[in-house]
Write a protein that binds this ligand. Structure first.
Ligand SMILES: Cc1cc2nc3c(=O)[nH]c(=O)nc-3n(C[C@H](O)[C@H](O)[C@H](O)COP(=O)(O)OP(=O)(O)OC[C@H]3O[C@@H](n4cnc5c(N)ncnc54)[C@H](O)[C@@H]3O)c2cc1C
Length: 383
């Protein structure tokens, strides 16, 4: 269990004050947004209840090109060219036309933070955001009230700054995800689509160097995944060290509410069916960062930024809804039929087409485009 290094006692100084930008949440989405503000001269404060990289929030698997294009390859643990899918009727080795990597959470967060020139403080956000008479936004934290013109909620699925549209599990469109991190190694990225483990969802084993990240996700929030996770680990001959889990949003939400911007899980930026949320969190975080940057550089107003970012989010809704439809269909497909359908991925042409379309929802070239546009925050990886 990670030790909590949130500031305590006399370290917990009062942060009450005014900033140009306040980014709440220092994980994938928040750090990506903050990185785009580098060099603007804006007074940007990033806050999180934990130190940067202190609490891993996922199994940390991502298309390798995203690490490459953001200059984050130094955090990579292991790389994969195929996904091994287990079903009750046999296993299928799916060739993926692009590679997947697992990475070290702290290392990646440190690298992203190295691309920011903001101030960071540990502080817990305690309540909804309030709009002040002058149009600025204030946020109550355990270290005082912080006010800013531009406020980002990248705090995860709770969407803390906007309780008017908050979800309460298990009623909301949330999946459950839980995993263990036992020591071990394997060359294979593996997935189990097997109702013996979970009626609607899947199990996984993501190797990351000298540890395995083994877990079970359920699309049905009422189905508990602790026992299935223990069983999967046991079936693989592994222990159950290092529990980590959370609710995973599986429906796209509004990316703005009043004057507040949302990115990552707080906006439902996690792809249904696969529960891949890191790539979209980075993607939408970067997109939001470009809009905020334009405000700080006097090229647009906050209102224009809210509209542009809202539209960008909505343009992705058909993809997210399509993935949600597939997520709903999966548990209804007879396992034998599913095996046949998945076998189509053994065909390289089909697999290239299908995985290509999936990657295009949040393409790695997006990060490259921002680099090529000369954004100082995102240094390209060395050739
Ligand atoms: C078990 C599991 C495995 C997963 N594996 C993968 C995977 O391999 N690949 C993938 O792409 N996706 C995976 N996901 C999904 C992925 O973790 C999320 O979609 C992703 O982390 C979202 O990033 P984010 O920046 O929006 O939020 P988060 O990474 O959840 O970060 C939110 C941040 O806000 C902080 N915070 C929260 N509340 C407060 C508060 N009140 N005050 C101050 N700070 C606060 C937290 O400390 C945290 O740093 C997994 C999810 C789970 C549960």
């Amino acid at each position: 269990m990670a030790t909590r290094s949130t500031k305590r006692g006399s370290e917990k100084t009062d942060l009450t004050g005014n900033y140009d930008v306040l980014v709440c949440g220092a994980s994938f989405a928040g750090l990506a947004a903050a990185s785009m503000l580098r060099g603007t001269g804006a007074r940007t404060l990033v806050i999180d209840r934990y130190e940067i990289g202190e609490r891993q929030t996922s199994a940390c698997a991502i298309p390798t090109a995203w690490l490459e294009n953001l200059g984050l390859l130094d955090s990579e643990c292991q790389r994969f060219e195929t996904v091994l899918v287990h079903t009750p009727h046999g296993r299928i080795e799916m060739p993926v036309p692009w590679e997947f990597s697992t990475f070290d959470y702290r290392a990646l967060c440190d690298l992203l933070w190295g691309k920011c020139d903001s101030v960071f403080e540990t502080a817990k956000v305690e309540g909804p955001a309030m709009t002040e008479a002058d149009g600025s936004v204030s946020v109550e934290t355990d270290r005082g009230r912080i006010t800013a013109d531009l406020v980002v909620d990248s705090l995860g699925w709770r969407r803390v700054l906007d309780p008017s549209s908050s979800y309460q599990p298990p009623e909301g469109p949330l999946s459950r995800g839980l995993e263990v991190h036992p020591a071990g190694s394997s060359p294979n990225l593996e997935v189990w689509i097997d109702r013996d483990y979970v009626p609607a969802g899947y199990g996984w084993s993501f190797p990351a160097g000298d540890e395995l990240r083994v877990g079970v996700g359920s699309f049905d929030p009422r189905y508990h995944v602790r026992q299935p996770t223990e069983r999967l680990a046991d079936d693989l001959g592994l222990g159950t060290d290092g529990w980590q889990g959370n609710w995973i949003p599986h429906r796209l939400r509004d990316a703005t509410s009043g004057p507040i911007f949302f990115a990552g899980d707080s906006a439902g930026h996690c792809l249904p069916l696969t529960a891949e949320g890191i790539r979209p969190a980075l993607y939408f975080g970067l997109a939001l960062g470009t809009e905020l940057r334009a405000v700080l550089e006097g090229r647009q107003t906050r209102e224009r930024a809210l509209t542009a970012y809202h539209r960008f989010n909505e343009a992705h809704r058909p993809h997210f809804e399509g993935m949600l439809a597939a997520q709903r269909a999966l548990p209804r497909i007879h396992p034998r039929v599913l095996k046949t359908l998945l076998s189509a991925f053994g065909n390289r042409r089909f697999s290239t087409w299908a995985f290509g379309r999936y990657l295009d929802i949040a393409p790695p070239e997006f990060a490259k485009v921002l680099v090529d546009a000369g954004r100082p925050a995102l240094d390209p990886a060395p050739a």
